[in-house]
Ligand binder design. Structure first.
Ligand code: ADP
Ligand code: MG
Length: 247
């Protein structure tokens, strides 16, 4: 069974077809990357998958269940976790508190204030495990606003992992990073590969070709090709439309 299936997914903003009958799958353990120019509809698609943007047409299946009309928090409870293109962190709080917030926001019980969350052994365990996974064990008590941009992005991935997801949606985790910082995230994503199915939206081609099992190319809301990285690199239509090559 696929982790994720979309069938002819459509979102219109006025006259703009932000996503135009998008059909794709993410298989168990697969890292499926989506590339495409600015405005291609990548973030819109992630929003539709997460349930934050209502689709106008089409169907979304999560682990075989139709979730097209299922609300965001229920999709999260089914194991869907996402990160955002622009960081969504509580910058005045510590790294640990941010992760605890993510754990408790997704938990089945009602939201609990983090004052209590520090005493909750299970939440604390999930949070510290996630911080260790992204290599931030030494930064539990760092105020998020003081962390480097790359560390903040790593923290966001920790927040997604702490919810013990079954599928990860990552919207440009390398956005705005220096070379060194993006190397650290690429290594992290590589270490997560196979442990979680991932849909990775990314602008950085090198990273995509290094990480992905399959790549889909989105142009003006349409998937123009889905294939292995090698074959995407060779694809004439892709080169003409996206890689800026007249081949
Ligand atoms: P990408 O993430 O690939 O850069 P987006 O999904 O952000 O692309 O945008 C796809 C298209 O939809 C663009 O033309 C953008 O201007 C438009 N769009 C995105 N969000 C909205 C919105 N909330 N209202 C109106 N138009 C939007
Ligand atoms: Mg985007």
């Amino acid at each position: 069974m696929s982790a994720l299936v979309t069938n002819k997914l459509v979102k219109r903003f006025g006259g703009v077809l932000a996503t135009d009958h998008v059909s794709l799958t993410v298989e168990p353990g697969e890292l499926h990357a989506i590339i495409g120019p600015n405005g291609a509809g990548k973030s819109t698609l992630i929003g539709q998958l997460a349930g934050e943007i209502a689709s106008d047409e089409g169907r979304i299946e999560l682990f075989g269940a139709d979730v097209t009309h299922v609300r965001t928090h229920l999709r999260a409870q089914m194991g869907l976790a996402r990160t955002y293109q622009v960081t969504q962190l509580a910058k005045e709080f510590t790294a640990l508190d941010n992760v605890l917030l993510a754990v408790n926001a997704r938990a089945k019980h009602n939201f609990r204030f983090w004052g209590n969350a520090h005493d909750d052994v299970t939440s604390m365990q999930k949070a510290t495990t996630a911080l260790a996974t992204v290599g931030m064990s030494a930064m539990h008590n760092a105020t998020v606003g003081t962390l480097a941009h790359g560390e903040q992005r790593q923290l966001e991935i920790a927040m997604a992992l702490a919810t013990e997801p079954k599928l990860l949606l990552l919207d440009e985790p390398l956005a705005g990073m220096s070379q060194g910082e993006s190397g650290a995230i690429v290594a992290l994503l590589k270490s997560l590969k196979g442990r979680y199915p991932m849909l990775l939206v990314e602008h950085d081609m090198e990273a995509v070709f290094a990480l992905a099992d399959r790549v889909s190319v989105l142009v003006y809301g349409r998937v123009i090709a889905t294939d292995t990285p090698d074959r995407i690199r060779e694809n004439r239509e892709v080169r003409a439309a996206y890689l800026g090559d007249a081949a």
